[in-house]
Design a binder for this molecule. Structure first.
Ligand SMILES: NC(=O)c1ccc[n+]([C@@H]2O[C@H](COP(=O)([O-])OP(=O)(O)OC[C@H]3O[C@@H](n4cnc5c(N)ncnc54)[C@H](OP(=O)(O)O)[C@@H]3O)[C@@H](O)[C@H]2O)c1
Length: 242
């Protein structure tokens, strides 16, 4: 299969790209840090790997990515919208902060728009979106906004496409050991666990998978007792100021 994965220069995306190549797929990888693809290029060569330098916040670069990917390996069978960023507090004072929505949500929607007509015509395809537990439990304002949005997009798109042969899956990880969470002192799963899940989803698409599963307790707690989350945040704020 020809699989296009974004955000493949580090973390979940890089490990997943390796796993996909190892499984024998032709993989287009995209990110800004093109040099990060060198080890994969050396290992798998141009027959299997097509690396693209792209800033996915830029419309022209999204269009180039899809056009060049198709020209290299033919129709895209699977799109994995993985690229994402998170920023700390103070989003309303940070001029760059809209990047979070632009990349995590808008780029995923635009890439989907670009690959979908061809998938529908071929009556096959799979879009896998990298959401987050933060797409169900509000924790970081713009990051949660982008991941709640991506969840809505993903689940509604899946319904829209039922019966067409095109599948949509959403992954909602908790904390994963990557650059994004390097400063967080919390239990994390290795990114390889998410890569394993993606390989399974290729065979058995699923509407939504929370990984690791124990985060479902947190999600349910948030849905049933949202006041509990407020209490925890207030408590942390008090501890920080005393
Ligand atoms: N780590 C976690 O705990 C966790 C939990 C839930 C969900 N997620 C999600 O998992 C996905 C992958 O994150 P990660 O944890 O693997 O973090 P990561 O190691 O920081 O990877 C982020 C990837 O996104 C790419 N990226 C960032 N800005 C970009 C841009 N403007 N254009 C193109 N690519 C860009 C980065 O590549 P370049 O910088 O080279 O462009 C990198 O490859 C994200 O969507 C994240 O929200 C992560």
């Amino acid at each position: 299969m020809h699989i296009l994965i974004t955000g493949a220069s580090s973390g979940i995306g890089l490990i997943t790209a390796e796993a996909l190549l190892e499984a024998g797929h032709q993989v287009t990888v995209a990110a800004r840090r093109y040099d990060r693809f060198a080890p994969l290029q050396a290992m798998y060569g141009p027959e299997f790997l097509f690396p693209v330098k792209a800033d996915l916040r830029v419309e022209q670069e999204l269009e180039n990515l899809v056009r060049e990917a198709r020209a290299t390996f033919g129709p895209i069978d699977v799109l994995i919208n993985n690229a994402g960023i998170s920023r700390g507090p103070g989003w309303h004072q940070d001029v760059r902060s809209m990047d979070v929505v632009q990349l995590n949500l808008m780029a995923a929607i635009r890439l989907t728009q670009m690959v979908l007509p061809d998938m529908l015509e071929r009556k096959q395809g799979h879009i896998i979106n990298m959401g987050s537990v933060a797409g169900q439990v509000p924790v970081s304002t713009l990051y949660s906004a982008s991941k709640f949005g991506l969840r809505g997009f993903s689940l509604a798109l899946r319904r829209e496409l039922l019966g067409t042969g095109v599948h949509v899956s959403l992954i909602a990880p908790g904390f994963v050991e990557t650059d994004m969470t390097a400063k967080r002192k919390v239990p994390k799963i290795p990114p390889g666990k998410v890569a394993e899940l993606i390989l399974k989803l290729l065979k058995h698409p699923r509407a939504e998978v929370v990984i690791p599963g124990y985060y479902k307790i947190l999600i349910t707690l948030e849905q049933v007792f949202p006041g509990f989350g407020d209490f925890l945040v207030r408590r942390r704020q008090m501890l920080e100021t005393t």
